[in-house]
Design a protein around this ligand. Structure first.
Ligand SMILES: Nc1nc2c(c(=O)[nH]1)N(C=O)[C@@H](CNc1ccc(C(=O)N[C@@H](CCC(=O)O)C(=O)O)cc1)CN2
Ligand SMILES: Nc1nc2c(ncn2[C@@H]2O[C@H](COP(=O)(O)OP(=O)(O)OP(=O)(O)O)[C@@H](O)[C@H]2O)c(=O)[nH]1
Ligand SMILES: [Mg+2]
Length: 461
C-alpha cells in the first residue's frame, strides 16, 4: 500500500533535552534532503540505511539556518511503519521543535493524525490490531504489572494464540466443505461430525481459558479501582498515605479535611491499585464539603474494592450504619483504625453489620496492621501470589467482548453438531466464530473501528 508522507512531534510537549520530529512515507527522504545540510555536503539519500547524521536544517527558500540537529535515516521496510522513516532530533524547546515541524510541513509533509504512525505499522502488516492496541496500553501503563501485560501482548502472544484457534476453525470449515460438496459419501458425513466437534470443543475450551484471565487482566491493565470511605476524621487520608508511602493527601485532626477526590496509583504485592481517597461522609452545611461528600458517594458506586474505615476509639454512629447499607453487595474490607487509643467501638456489632466481610485492625500512627491489610487485598483478588509475568492475559474490553461472542457462536455450533442439524447450518456458526476472533487481531475489522481505535492514541505515536 502506498500512502502520503506524514510528520509529527513524537516527544512530549514542554522543555526537554532533545525533541524528535518523525516523518514516514515515500517523500520522507526527499523532504529531509530539502532541509538538511551536512558538513560534508552529502545527501541523506546517498547514506547507508539506519544511520544517524549531524548537521543543520535550513529554510530552503532563504537558506537561513533554522536548527542544529541529528537526523536518523531509516529506509523501508525495516522501520517502525515499514515505510521510509526520518527522525529529526532537535533541541528540546517548544519553539525549536515547532519550527522544525513547520518546516517539514512546508516542505511537503502532512501533519499526522493521532496514532497514525502505529496505524501504518498495522496497515503495512508489521503488527496486528491487538499489538497496536498494546502499544497504546504500554504508553498508558501506570504500574510495572500493567506494562508487563502490554509488552506481552505487543510481542504478539495473544495474536499467536488467536491465530492457532482460527486455524483449527478453518480446518473444521474445510472438512465440512468436503461434506457439503460430496453429500453422496456417507463415510465422509460420519467422519465430519466427530472431527469438527473435537476441534470446536478444543477452541471453546481455549476461549474459556482466555476469558478466565480477563478479570485479572483488566485489573492489571487498568488498576483495581479502590475507594477509601468512612466518616470524617477516621484516618482515610492517613491510610492512602501509608499505602503509597508518601504524604500525598493532607491529614489534619480537623474533621472534613479532604474535600475532593484524591487519586494515586500504587502496587500492593503485585496488585496495581488505583487508590481513591474521598471526603468523609456526613451531613454538612458546608457547601464545598457537601459537594465532596456527593462525589464520595458517586465514586463509591464505581469501585472494584472498598476500604471502609472505622474509628476504634469511637462508638458506631447512625452514619456508619448507613454506610454499611451503601456498600452492601460490594467488595469491601473493613479497616478499624486507631487501635492505639482506648476501645469505644463495639466489635461484635461491626462483625454483625459486616456480615462475614474481612476485618483488619490498624494503627496508622504506629504503622501497625498495614501488612495485614496489604495481604488481605492481594488474597482477595489473586488468591495469594499473582501469576508469573509470561502468562497471556486478555485485558482489553474490546477483546473480552469479542471472546464472549465467539464463545456463544462456537457453543451454538457444538450444540447443533450434537443434534444432527445439517452440516451447512453448523458451518455458519463456525465461520462466524472465525470472523469474531479475526476482529481481535484486526483481520476482519472495518474502517470505522480502526479510525475510532487509533484516534485515541497520542499525537506522534
Ligand atoms: N527513536 C525512536 N525510538 C523508539 C521508537 C521510534 O519509532 N523511534 N519506537 C516507536 O514506537 C519504539 C521502538 N519500536 C520499534 C519497533 C519496530 C521497529 C522496526 O524498525 N521494526 C522493523 C525492523 C526490525 C529489525 O531491524 O529487525 C520490523 O519489525 O520490520 C522500530 C522501532 C521505542 N523507541
Ligand atoms: N491516634 C491515632 N490517630 C490517627 C490514626 N490514624 C490517623 N490518625 C489521626 O486522625 C486524624 C484524621 O486523619 P485523616 O487521615 O485526616 O482522616 P480522614 O478520614 O481523611 O478525615 P477527613 O478527610 O476529614 O474525612 C489526624 O489527626 C491523624 O493524625 C491512628 O491510627 N491513631
Ligand atoms: Mg481525609
Amino acid at each position: 500500500m502506498e500512502f502520503d508522507t506524514i510528520a509529527a512531534i513524537s516527544t512530549p510537549s514542554g522543555e526537554g533535552a532533545i525533541a524528535i520530529v518523525r516523518l514516514s512515507g515515500p517523500e520522507a527522504i526527499p523532504i529531509a534532503d530539502k532541509l538538511f545540510r551536512a558538513p560534508s555536503g552529502k545527501k541523506l539519500a546517498t547514506q547507508a540505511t539506519h544511520t544517524i547524521h549531524y548537521g543543520h536544517l535550513a529554510d530552503p527558500w532563504t537558506e537561513e539556518t533554522v536548527e542544529e540537529v541529528m537526523v536518523s535515516f531509516m529506509k523501508a521496510p525495516k522501520t517502525f511503519t515499514r515505510e521510509d522513516v526520518i527522525e529529526i532530533n532537535c533541541h528540546g524547546g517548544i519553539v525549536s521543535v515547532n519550527r522544525v515541524l513547520e518546516l517539514v510541513l512546508r516542505a511537503g509533509a502532512r501533519l499526522a493524525e493521532p496514532g497514525e504512525f502505529t496505524k501504518r505499522a498495522f496497515l503495512n502488516g508489521r503488527i496486528d490490531l491487538s499489538q497496536a492496541e498494546a502499544v497504546m496500553d504500554l504508553i498508558r501503563a501506570k504500574t510495572d504489572r500493567a506494562m508487563d501485560v502490554a509488552l506481552n501482548q505487543m510481542e504478539g502472544r495473544l495474536s499467536k494464540l488467536i491465530g492457532t484457534l482460527r486455524q483449527a476453525l478453518l480446518e473444521s470449515i474445510a472438512q465440512m466443505e468436503v461434506n457439503i460438496d460430496y453429500p453422496e459419501y456417507d463415510d465422509v458425513e460420519e467422519m465430519t461430525r466427530p472431527i469438527m466437534l473435537e476441534k470446536a470443543q478444543w477452541v471453546r475450551t481455549e476461549i474459556e481459558k482466555l476469558l478466565q484471565t480477563s478479570s485479572q487482566g483488566k485489573i492489571l491493565r487498568e488498576g483495581l479501582s479502590t475507594v477509601i470511605v468512612g466518616r470524617p476524621n477516621v484516618g482515610k487520608s492517613s491510610l492512602l498515605n501509608s499505602l503509597v508511602q508518601e504524604n500525598k493527601a493532607i491529614v489534619t485532626e480537623i474533621a472534613g479535611t479532604t474535600r475532593d477526590i484524591i487519586e494515586e496509583y500504587v502496587n500492593v504485592r503485585g496488585v496495581p491499585l488505583r487508590l481513591v481517597d474521598t471526603a468523609g461522609i456526613r451531613e454538612t452545611e458546608d457547601i464545598v464539603e457537601r459537594i465532596g461528600v456527593e462525589r464520595s458517594r458517586k465514586v463509591l458506586k464505581e469501585a472494584d474494592l472498598i476500604l471502609y474505615v472505622l474509628n476504634y476509639a469511637e462508638p458506631l454512629t447512625a452514619e456508619d450504619a448507613l454506610l454499611f447499607e451503601a456498600v452492601k453487595g460490594m467488595n469491601y474490607i473493613v479497616v478499624i483504625n486507631k487501635t492505639d487509643l482506648p476501645q469505644k467501638i463495639d466489635l461484635d456489632e461491626v462483625k454483625k453489620l459486616a456480615g462475614g466481610k474481612l476485618l483488619v485492625t490498624t494503627s496508622l500512627i504506629e504503622e501497625e496492621g498495614i501488612d495485614q491489610l496489604e495481604k488481605s487485598i492481594a488474597d482477595l483478588f489473586f488468591e495469594g501470589e499473582i501469576e508469573a509475568g509470561d502468562m497471556t492475559y486478555v485485558s482489553n474490553a474490546r477483546h473480552i467482548a469479542l471472546l464472549h461472542q465467539a464463545h456463544q457462536t462456537i457453543s451454538d455450533a457444538i450444540a447443533a453438531a450434537e443434534m444432527d442439524v445439517p452440516v451447512d447450518m453448523i458451518q455458519i456458526d463456525v465461520t462466524r466464530t472465525w470472523e469474531l476472533l479475526g476482529e481481535i487481531i484486526g483481520d476482519t475489522a472495518d474502517d470505522g473501528l480502526l479510525n475510532q481505535l487509533f484516534s485515541q492514541f497520542c499525537l506522534g505515536k
